[in-house]
Design a protein around this ligand. Structure first.
Ligand code: SAH
Ligand code: SF4
Length: 356
């Protein structure tokens, strides 16, 4: 049973348009006030109810007292030389998470977190080192996009081009499936932020049953799967969830995944020096992905003192790429962004004082 608006503490970001209209009615306003409020929150990104001057003063006061727009606040912004910004955000209970804004000439990408920390424990990832762990709510997940766009373009500021949202920050999205999917629907809502689901990507370490659920969703982002090793013995070690969902099961779920007409799967492969980057490994990857509508993103490992790996040299990554392409598998090398501010893949650990 849904909680009544009086006791439901969900911030406005996190509520659907119907729920916001219902709230306005509960507060004694006509439904159109609810639609105005929804517009102010999701379209104009007004975070302070006092600034919603198209609403009656009494409503603004009630909102200010009891219904925050979001409880997610910027703690620190780190700016990279390449334009990337890393955000350290504080949640209502004081936990911190990270989001990353990555500008490209034609569009922006916002990389968001789905959990505080991550229990999967990949041995090459800094997020695995975060000791505090909890799920994030849909409100917290969606708030990241709002707060970041607000910082970059200002409240109500025109967004010059499309926004991509990638669930590739802290956490394993498919171990927080329901809240992640709720956040997808909030971000995709055409009356709200209107981020097309085709411009969103969820990246998973390979939670097989949830991959199958995801395939059945009507509003569904693109799927990226972190492969990183083509044999179970190595993948067990690097991505421990592989012991539960081994490569054969993962590949079966991927092969039967219902792709749209022009859609393909993405496989991410973190290049670890001397561990998984030989041409022989590339041939095994090609063997797994042969015949699949898929591409591979080769991600140079972003090292950290706490991690026991080094990045593969670029000529090795290029050779690995050639071995895949030569076997008919599309492969791209992902250029690291924001490395100087620890904003690159696998570097997110929400350490308040870490500059690099
Ligand atoms: N938990 C999800 C999504 C977040 S991680 C997943 O694992 O897919 C996003 C991507 O960053 C994954 O592809 C992961 O393999 C990669 N990654 C993790 N640590 C990394 C590191 N140190 N260097 C480069 N990529 C890393
Ligand atoms: Fe979690 Fe992904 Fe990092 Fe693995 S790579 S520990 S699944 S965030």
């Amino acid at each position: 049973m849904p909680a009544s608006p009086d006791t439901d503490r969900t911030p406005l970001v996190g509520r659907t348009r119907d729920e916001i209209v219902a709230l306005a009615v509960e507060l004694g306003e006509p439904p159109f006030r609810g639609r105005q409020l929804h517009d102010a929150v999701y379209r104009r990104r007004v975070l302070d109810p006092a600034a919603m001057t198209d609403l009656p003063k009494a409503l603004r006061e009630k909102l200010a007292a009891d219904f925050p727009v979001t409880e997610t606040a910027i703690r620190t912004v780190f700016r990279s030389q390449d334009g990337t910004r890393r955000y350290l955000l504080t949640l209502a209970d004081g936990e911190t998470i990270e989001s990353v804004f990555i500008p490209v000439a034609s569009r922006d990408t916002i990389c968001i977190s789905s959990q505080v920390g991550c229990a999967v424990g990949c041995t090459f990832c800094m997020t695995a080192k975060v000791t505090v762990r909890r799920q994030m709510t849909a409100s917290e997940i969606a708030s990241q996009v709002l707060v970041v766009l607000n910082d970059v373009y200002g409240p109500g500021g025109e967004i010059p081009h499309g926004t991509n949202v990638v669930y590739m920050g802290m956490g394993e999205p498919f171990l927080n499936y329901d809240e992640v999917m709720k956040s997808v629907r909030l971000l995709a809502s055409p009356e709200g932020m209107n981020v097309s689901h085709r411009r969103m990507t969820v990246s998973t370490s390979g939670i097989v049953p949830r991959i199958m659920d995801f395939g059945l969703e009507s509003v569904r982002p693109e799927l990226a799967v972190s492969l990183t090793a083509p044999v179970d013995s190595l993948r067990d070690e690097l991505i421990p969830i592989n012991r539960k969902y081994p490569i054969a099961d993962l590949m079966e779920a991927c092969r039967s995944f219902p792709l749209g007409p022009r859609e393909r799967l993405t496989f991410e492969y973190v290049m670890l020096d001397g561990v998984n980057d030989s041409d022989a490994m590339a041939r095994l990857v090609a063997g797994l992905l042969g015949g699949m509508r898929a591409k591979v993103n080769l991600i140079p490992h972003n090292p950290a003192p706490e991690l026991p790996y080094a990045a593969s040299p670029m000529d090795r990554i290029e050779s690995f790429q050639r071995a895949l392409v030569g076997r008919g598998v599309d492969a791209y090398i992902r250029r690291p962004r924001g490395r100087d501010i620890s904003a690159a893949c696998g570097q997110l650990a929400a350490r308040p004082n870490a500059q690099a």
